[in-house]
Write a protein that binds this ligand. Structure first.
Ligand code: C2O
Ligand code: CU
Length: 483
């Protein structure tokens, strides 16, 4: 990791970041406040190759940050200031979005909305403070359905000032790839059939850029696993079977430690879970982790292999609870309420009929039909977004508490993501959630209704979209303005 930390910047980059700093009011420290610790990083996006499967000789052409898939793990401390110089060595325009991080709007990395795309050969200096501790990730927001899929993504870990004690703190970036027989990425990006169904599903699954085989652990060990789903479309449902992982954070935000029903951890695209895995097996034992999300398509993700030497006889009895992040608590008594209706996709008309919504705004758009007519496949409150310049769907007064009551009137799952904020998930189908968890991306099942609540305290125009990247690109995207 150290090779990407660049304390000695070249003169040109140094000047660029000075200039960037000078025009950003939030980057100036108020008198009396301790100057933040500045962490400098450099990310260069370029084409390269990766051997994704250790059992095959094949090399896959990828687009990568600093020549690795995933890109370098950026690890900082809560309260640090990040200064990240992104260089575009691709033949295409790009940007970087810091998923889940509450950055100032100008640092959010959305082309044409918060910045001009970074042209080939150009650089952009991103700078923001690490307000919240947690597990985040970064990825382009320009043609994401192609650029993320080709390998442009990486983990951003913001450590707590006093992290909970564990023996190992590891990141698993999950992804899948659609490879041809030759091992190349299949170039049918954004295919309309994928867009109208559940998105681009791959045919191999990787963890940290490698088809996984075994994960070696020792009896008595306590591991913090930071799971990140970087896939375009695949939802993971990880069943740890004989182990009982404890969920301690979701989308970077601490949650009351709890075990998932039947040990299954569900992660839609872009979602994260921090889990604590206590290794209770015996030396020499082996266990599998199975992905059971799609019925009929279950597979073994990897094998947990116990080494011969135990670390200790019993797992430690250390605290699991993470300190809360400084998020504003929504005030329900005075919250503004807005309805958000998601429609479209294959079989969408049928679902709307079933839900009694056939005449509501959104119309009865069936994916393939709409596509044939050249329209968007997915709609948010009746609008299928096209192009980059989006009129805000909602304007929220700065500082106001808001409840979004969302309805998924489609036949498909959608991980819905709001930029610039974290929100509490308040209810699902009318029933209060058990943990009122903070998230930045919430997975909606077909026909599900979910209420989320947050304080609109970060000014700017923020994307609000489905993180199945083919859905995002075919209409399921909108903008929420906080002013
Ligand atoms: Cu992970 Cu709009 O993005
Ligand atoms: Cu979607």
């Amino acid at each position: 990791m150290n090779d990407i930390c660049m304390p000695a910047l070249s003169r040109r980059n140094f000047l660029t970041s000075l200039l960037a700093t000078a025009v950003l009011p939030w980057a100036t420290t108020s008198p009396g406040a301790a100057a933040p610790n500045v962490r400098q990083f450099r990310l260069r996006a370029a084409t390269g190759t990766a051997s994704l499967n250790p059992r095959s000789e094949q090399e896959t052409g990828v687009w990568a940050y600093n020549k690795t898939v995933p890109g370098p793990e950026l690890r900082v401390r809560q309260g640090d200031r990040l200064r990240i110089m992104v260089e575009n060595g691709l033949a295409k325009e790009t940007t970087v979005h810091w998923h889940g991080v509450r950055t100032p709007n100008a640092m959010d990395g959305v082309p044409h909305l918060t910045q001009r795309p970074i042209a080939t050969g150009d650089s952009f200096a991103y700078e923001f403070d690490a307000l919240d501790a947690g597990t985040f990730w970064y990825h382009p927001h320009q043609r994401s359905f192609e650029q993320v899929d080709r390998g442009l993504y990486g983990a951003l870990v913001i450590e707590e000032a006093n992290p909970i004690p564990v023996d190992r703190d590891l990141v698993w970036v999950l992804d899948d790839w659609r490879l041809t027989h030759q091992g190349d990425a299949s170039d049918d990006f954004g295919h309309p059939h994928d867009a109208a169904h559940n998105g681009r599903m791959g045919n191999i699954v990787t963890i940290n850029g490698q088809v996984p085989e075994t994960f070696e652990v020792r009896r008595g060990e306590r591991i913090r696993l930071r799971l990140i789903n970087a896939a375009n479309a695949r939802i993971f449902g990880l069943d740890f079977r004989d182990h009982q992982p404890v969920v301690i954070a979701l989308d970077g935000q601490p949650v009351t430690p709890h075990s998932q029903e039947a040990g299954r951890i569900v992660l839609g695209p872009a979602m994260r879970a921090d889990i604590v895995l206590d290794c209770t097996g015996r030396p020499g034992e082996r266990f599998t982790i199975e992905d059971t999300f799609y019925t009929g398509l279950e597979y073994n993700l990897l094998t947990i292999a116990y080494q011969d030497e135990p670390l200790r006889e019993a797992v430690p009895d250390w605290p699991l609870e993470l300190p809360a992040n400084p998020l504003a608590e929504p005030d329900f008594a005075n919250a503004l309420r807005h309805e958000v209706l998601f429609t479209g996709g294959m079989m969408g008309a049928m679902v709307m009929q079933e839900m009694g919504l056939a005449t509501a705004s959104g119309g009865t758009v069936d994916g393939m039909g709409a596509m044939m007519r050249g329209g968007g496949i997915w709609l948010v409150n009746g609008v299928a977004a096209e192009g980059h310049v989006l009129e805000p769907m909602l304007a929220l007064p700065r500082g106001k508490s808001c409840v979004l009551a969302m309805t998924n009137a489609t036949a498909w799952h959608h991980p819905i993501h709001l930029h610039g904020h974290s929100f509490r998930v308040i209810s699902r189908d009318g029933a209060p959630t058990s943990h009122r968890e903070w998230r930045d991306t919430v997975l909606m099942a077909p026909r599900e209704r979910i209420e989320i609540a947050f304080v609109a305290d970060n000014p700017g125009d923020w994307m609000f979209h489905c993180h199945i990247l083919e859905h995002q690109a075919s209409g399921m995207t909108s903008v929420i303005r906080v002013a």
